[in-house]
Design a protein around this ligand. Structure first.
Ligand code: BGC
Length: 402
């Protein structure tokens, strides 16, 4: 009996998807037609962010095949990447055949290597024309995005197994419209509110646009969700505050678009403990970015998503850890939380570690190292870390017991 119980608690369901996650701007390099590139290259002296520009990043625009070889070495059966709107639609209404062909080659290469493709259409970056003339606070933004999404569905078809419309809409609006540390560098709660609505509208419009090409395509969104809990579980006020903040960061966006979701992509990085309205994380274990590592939080989030009755994929989970000192323990304990959730009936179908490579961590530049693979930014040589081999064993055996 004990043996049987152990097996069920360490084995993942048959067909579980194992992968890693990246995004175009963070790894490709020379994304010159995008808002981010423009913002990085035209930095006024008094602006602190970004700490450095993305430049050639990891040169994955050219080295994508090497990257997919690494995925194979990881024994992965899936991969999450993004395609770059700024490349595919360099001018409003004009699509680039050359760039569509490029990404078709990329996707074919992934498929030939036995990887199911999860592809994000918008991962924080937009074309420069969109940034200059519209922006995500503009009421036309959703329709413009849906035109691009439909074109992607027509061109890429089933080279994409899972269409992801937008990555972390609420992180985008927080960083770009509240904190002002990402383009368009605004601190305007009203615009943030409007942008949130536009993202929901953009998701539902693009969902319908992709489905109009082929109703069989699987379409979802990627949502970052942090867990909130009171420091003292008997403090009613903190409990209410935590529940409210959790609702704001999860269900307030997912509930209104529920009928336009075939699956939920969950990005989980950290949790927040609340004490008299303030953050009171114990910070016993933290990443290089100071994010509190709390695997139990992932289990709570997964269980809370059960009510949607949809397949769930963890589309990002990882940590900045330049010494690779915590990564193995991190992966192990996060996956234990996944297993616990699966055993409690959560329809968790896959896990993607963020990230395959050390890459451009937005306003922070290149110093935070999230990769299973170290990248030399001059030679672009890729060197797997110890944790790479650990993750590859788990994926091979489909089990935490390795
Ligand atoms: C984003 C990634 C980012 C990662 C680590 C997520 O919010 O989707 O682009 O690199 O977190 O900060």
């Amino acid at each position: 009996m004990a043996k049987f119980l152990n097996a069920s608690l360490s084995k993942f369901p048959k067909g579980f998807l194992w992968g890693t996650s990246t995004s175009a701007h963070q790894i490709e390099g020379n994304n010159t037609n995008s808002d981010w590139w423009y913002w990085e290259q035209n930095k006024p002296k008094n602006r602190k962010w970004p700490l450095e520009p993305s430049n050639k990043a990891c040169n994955s625009y050219n080295l994508y095949s090497t990257d997919f070889d690494l995925c194979k070495k990881l024994n992965n059966n899936a991969v999450r990447i993004s395609v770059e709107w700024a490349r595919l639609e360099p001018k409003q209404g004009t699509f680039s055949k050359k760039e569509f062909n490029h990404y078709k080659k990329v996707l074919k290469d992934a498929k030939n290597k036995g990887l199911k493709t999860f592809v994000t259409l918008h991962h924080f970056t937009s074309p420069l024309w969109f940034y200059k003339k519209y922006g995500w606070h503009n009421p036309k933004s959703a329709k413009l995005f849906a035109i691009y999404a439909k074109k992607c569905a027509k061109e890429f078809g089933d080279l994409i197994d899972y269409y992801i419309t937008i990555n972390e809409p609420q992180v985008y609006l927080y960083m770009s419209y509240l904190k002002g540390v990402w383009p368009p560098s605004k601190k305007n709660p009203f615009l943030a509110f409007i942008t949130n609505l536009n993202f929901m509208y953009a998701h539902s419009l693009s969902y319908k646009a992709i489905k109009s090409v082929n109703s069989d395509y699987a379409v979802g969104i990627v949502k970052n969700i942090a867990w909130y809990e009171p420091k003292n579980k008997y403090n009613l006020l903190d409990l209410i505050v935590s529940k409210f903040l959790y609702f704001l960061g999860a269900d307030s966006l997912l509930l209104p678009i529920k009928k336009y979701l075939d699956f939920i992509g969950l990005n989980y990085y950290f949790s927040n403990r609340i004490n008299f309205f303030k953050n009171a994380n114990p910070n016993d274990i933290v990443s290089d970015l100071g994010w509190w590592i709390y695997p139990k939080g992932l289990e709570h989030v997964l269980i809370s998503l059960k009510k949607y009755n949809l397949p769930i994929y963890i589309t990002e989970n990882g940590l900045a850890d330049s010494k690779d000192a915590l990564r193995i323990k991190f992966i192990k304990s996060m996956l234990q939380s996944c297993l616990n959730a699966i055993n409690k009936g959560v329809k968790l179908k896959g896990y993607f570690y963020w990230s395959l490579l050390d890459n451009y961590e937005w306003h922070e530049g290149f110093w935070p190292k999230f990769g299973l693979v170290h990248v030399n930014l001059k030679t672009f040589k890729r060197t797997p870390r110890k944790s790479f081999y650990y993750y590859s064993k788990i994926a091979k055996l489909n089990s935490l017991k390795i």
